[in-house]
Design a protein around this ligand. Sequence first.
Ligand code: ATP
Length: 697
Amino acid sequence: MRPDEDTRRSVPPGTTHDGAGAWRSRIAGWSAGTAGGLLTGVPLLGAAGLARGLGVDLTSVLAAVIAAAVLGAAATVAVVQRVPHRHPVRAALLAGAALGAVLLLVVHVAAPMPGLFALTALGLPWAALMVAGRAVAAGTATLRYWHVGLLNGLGLAALLAGGTGGGSGYHWAAAGVLVTLGALAGATAGELLSDVGWPPALRPLFDNATRPATARTAVLAQAGLGLVVPGALVFATDVLRAEFGLGPRGAVGVVGDALVGGAVLAVLLRGKWALRLAVVAAPAGLLAAAGALLVGPDPTVVGVVLFAAGLAVAVGALVALAVSGERVAAEVLHPDARPAFVAAASVLFLAGGLGGAGLLTLLETRYSAGPALVVAAAAVLVSIGYARRIRRTAPVDAERLARVLADEVEVARLAHRGVRPAALSCSGVDAAHGPVQVLYDAAVRVDDGEMVAICGPNGVGKTTLLRVLSGLHRPAAGVVRLGGVDVTTLTAPRRIQLGLSAVVGQAVFGSLTVTENLRMHGYTLGRRSDAVHRGVDAAFAVFPRLYERRDQVAATLSGGERQLLVLAKTLIQRPRMLLVDELSLGLAPVVVGGLLEMLRRLNAQGTSLLVVEQSVNVALSLADRICFMEKGAMVAEHTVGELTGRPELVRALMLGGHAPAEDVEPAHQTPGGEPVVQTPGGEPASEATRADGAVIR
Ligand SMILES: Nc1ncnc2c1ncn2[C@@H]1O[C@H](COP(=O)(O)OP(=O)(O)OP(=O)(O)O)[C@@H](O)[C@H]1O
């Protein structure tokens, strides 16, 4: 498979938010949003009606809905990942229907209606969310239609629950199933009308979608928002009945009105002020709703109106917060990652909604409305914290995206002129080990056929950068390109298949012989038996010393021989680009000399190389160019010609990563001198002592 087949754009042509595709995308966005709102709202808002109809407590019904939705989500994602990606809704529909049928069979004798009801929750809401992810591929404009649809769907669900809430829960359940199936049909129609593609694989796209800090925050904020918005609606319906003495019809009616008010407010709170105003309006609304509870428990008009108004303001502000946060995040995300981002945000929104509905109602029925309101207030505060963080991180992420997009334009421009892109490059790379950030905006570039070395003091992040490049460590930000193709989200095995190999550590099987190690490696790459044998023979031809020890177990090899074996393994991979970490570490100069010779031969055969080296002398004897790292960032870059004969400059770069001011003029202006190193084996010719007393070779 060619690289561009694997990393092709997930947003096909014709899906932009302008031109002929615009109305289709908007219909898809709106219908998917409506379906999502209905499918979420009907089981949640109808739970109280069903509980009454069946004579069971509300918490049990909500628990059943949550369990069914989680099961449905897992099934939907599993099915969608295994069928042709062009028809996710139909696949999800099938999955939901099949699981629902099984569930119906199981519960038929005991309680048919809860089974039918659970069918509503099972899988179907997630189908709508899948559509949402695709619909928004059309652009951020469609996002707005999706959100409007979501509110419409939730409002419709409230009206439906209000209209039938006075009657039997059975009738409600039947009506709910019919309406949700209708909504899903609408979403399917949206899918058919829109030619938006679905990402080839969810996992890497979700990874990508949550990589910039802004997007990650916005996705997490959705969970809190979900908890408050759909969760609060269920809770509010119950509070209106229990505290204000309204009937079921009246309660959902008031909630429906509050939703309409919230939707109007969400539409009004737009632009750059939205994030600022919403963070004030949301707690104010919640406070007003809590204050209304103090006016109760008498069913006074003032109390109900104040409660509904507070709810409307809180919900509207939170939805505005969600939309603005999502829009800001979408703007700092690469267009390829946007659909997955919205899908991830939607899934968390619904998860928060289901969890919130269960939690708030449980607190309210077991204790009182007070603790439930405290939890809702905490969720609001967390969401507000997220909104503030989004404002802080967005400019940095936007700048980074601009750089990545500019890179892409440059790569395309050069390709158009027949110029080959860099063999390997990365830019804007941030990476952390747990909470400790190690790489800061790191960048490196290796041209075709070039040998580049990375030097720097211990612990500055050289190995971490190599692991990011080879796919062994997931960066928090940045982009890695192999031959101009973005491979940031590809796994290490996929990168090996695309020609990028890494020698990191001395990973060999100690109990296997040299030959077995090489064969095993060939098989793990998925090579056929004859190809593996040819690869092993080729490796032995290059490494006669290994051939002599072909039947010796790897555990008994010397350090240098083991390093040779690791290199031989990479030969079997036939890499276009090879990354090597600390080849000379702990080895005698004569052994290092032999290994370097091997690297030169590989390079002469067309392999580009990026080596991490502690020993600047080894780097000087091997590479065309040396990049110096300090505290997780590249601070200097020189050709070997510029460094040769300038030990002071080299020493300064190794000590602090920066060249002294008087020593940065081009090499041809400096007086000639002895090269720092002359021997290919990397024999040290000069030494420097760092501030911490360590000796730099
Ligand atoms: N798995 C890990 N868990 C936690 N911290 C780690 C881990 N690996 C590396 N680090 C830390 O990250 C920082 C950078 O480590 P890294 O190995 O990338 O540096 P380096 O420049 O390659 O160092 P050296 O030249 O000594 O090999 C160090 O402070 C190290 O302690």
